[in-house]
Design a protein. Structure first.
Ligand code: ADP
Ligand code: ASP
Ligand code: MG
Length: 423
């Protein structure tokens, strides 16, 4: 008998039928002799709908109130799921993030988990009940206000709880059969990965493969907790996210494990910046002071005649207006010419540990993009990743071309997408 934490995403509990299907899966796990703790997301696209509603009453809603609103989504699904389980004759108790002991920082909209004190969950398990926990939410240690963990954050609730409870495994149930070599909604020939390492999954998640929340992978790696990503709509074995590829598998491992794409970033170019010591520092200090995360940066060589250069960087689209306003404020002080804002960019990333030992990956990548007519605007790399910025309208074409060029296309059946709207 073991302790299993299962997380069900929004598409798995999109309606009453979905809730009942998930309830049966949970009960089956319990009947197999395990203790079960379940983390659940808001039903279907509830979180997006609540966000739209908030925007209709206020274009810049207050962070505290927005978190209060969004956490209601998970409250609805947790209570309904507990009822559906109760209806099968098994006991389930639902808990908000705060009741489950999920303690966070106080930054609304992207709080980080500081600690999990799951006393009430352990009590429920002792009573023989199934514990259902609302994902994506916690309570701030300082302000005692309700917080959310960022979009997709229920995955992180699940892994953090699994670590705190010393669970044997954390199962993430979603609307595809596991982690694929690319998003199956874009590349039907994507193949399911048997295993993916924490290191590779971190890069994929950070590059836009939203199947797992980045923080949850960081957590799993820290506690060396295996994650099994699988579908709630099938009984197929999914993908194991683990420290190392099992021996034997590593030999067959492709050079590239996966390709991720991301449409959530925008590009800012500061045009005509004086090429002097300290200027770049001043620009990025202003951005950092506003708590804005930047991703790629490119600075051109300054033109000898003018001594001026251009600096481009990417950042989340949601921070675009804020960042351009900040830069305009320091324009006089720095003396740059203008700012260009472009939110029609896409980011395409190749990820694979095999890159370390195989030269030529970059050449193959760039050649296949050129053949597909995709122009590269910015480049960044890590030890096991190459990312490029291109036109957003070229992104999916680029993903498909790279998938084929690195011989990742499956020769078997097409990848199945069981549900969800892809929002
Ligand atoms: P959930 O609601 O279950 O949390 P998400 O929508 O957050 O589900 O994540 C699952 C989706 O992630 C899939 O439907 C798929 O479109 C997308 N996705 C992106 N990249 C990948 C990938 N490499 N492997 C699998 N799914 C991916
Ligand atoms: N409901 C939240 C979201 O849509 C959290 C999650 O699903 O993981 O982002
Ligand atoms: Mg998700």
């Amino acid at each position: 008998m073991g302790l299993i934490v299962q997380k069900y995403g929004g598409s798995s509990v999109a309606d009453a039928e979905g809730l009942k299907r998930v309830a049966n899966r949970i009960v089956a796990t319990k009947k197999a002799g395990h203790q079960v703790v379940v983390v659940v997301s808001a039903m279907g696209d509830t979180t997006d709908e609540l966000l739209e509603l908030a925007e209709q009453v206020s274009p810049m809603p207050n962070g505290r109130e927005l978190d209060m609103l969004l956490t209601a989504g998970e409250r609805i699904s947790m209570a309904l799921l507990a009822m559906a389980i109760g209806n099968t004759g098994h006991e389930a108790q639902s808990f908000t993030g705060s009741q489950a002991g999920v303690i966070t920082t106080s930054t609304h909209g992207r709080a980080r988990i500081i600690d999990v004190a799951p006393g009430r969950i352990l009590d429920a398990l002792k009573e023989g009940a199934i514990a259902i926990v609302a994902g994506f939410q916690g309570i701030s240690q300082d302000t005692k206000d309700v917080t959310t963990l960022g979009r997709g954050g229920s995955d992180t609730t699940a892994v953090a709880l699994a670590a705190a409870l010393d669970a044997d495994v954390c199962e993430i149930y979603t609307d595809v059969d596991g982690v694929f070599s690319a998003d199956p909604r874009v590349v039907p020939a994507a193949r399911k990965l048997k295993t993916v390492t924490y290191e590779e999954m971190l890069e994929l998640a950070a590059s836009g493969a939203k199947v797992l929340h980045l923080r949850c992978v960081e957590y799993a790696r820290r506690y060396n907790l295996p994650i099994h990503v699988r579908s709630s709509f099938s009984n197929n074995e999914g993908t194991w996210v683990v420290k190392d590829h099992p021996e034997g598998d590593a030999m067959e491992q492709a050079i590239i494990s996966g390709i991720a794409h991301d449409k959530s970033e925008a590009k800012i170019t500061v045009v005509g910046v004086p090429d002097r010591t300290g200027i770049a520092a001043r620009i990025f200090q202003a951005i950092a002071d506003a708590d804005i995360n930047i991703d790629m940066i490119v600075q051109n060589v300054s033109a000898a005649a003018t001594g001026l250069t251009d600096i481009s960087f990417t950042l989340p689209k949601s921070e675009g207006a804020n960042a351009t306003a900040l830069l305009h404020k320091i324009q006089g002080e720095i003396g740059f010419q203008s700012i260009q804002y472009d939110d029609q960019v896409g980011k395409l990333s190749l990820v694979g540990a095999g890159m370390r030992s195989h030269p030529g990956v970059t050449a193959t990548f760039f050649a296949c993009l050129a053949d597909a007519g995709v122009n590269i605007e910015m480049i960044s790399t890590s030890e096991i990743r190459i990312s490029v910025i291109c036109r957003e309208s070229d992104l999916e074409k680029g993903v498909k071309a790279a998938h084929t060029a690195f011989e990742l296309d499956s020769t078997g059946e097409e990848a199945v997408v069981y549900g969800g709207t892809g929002r």
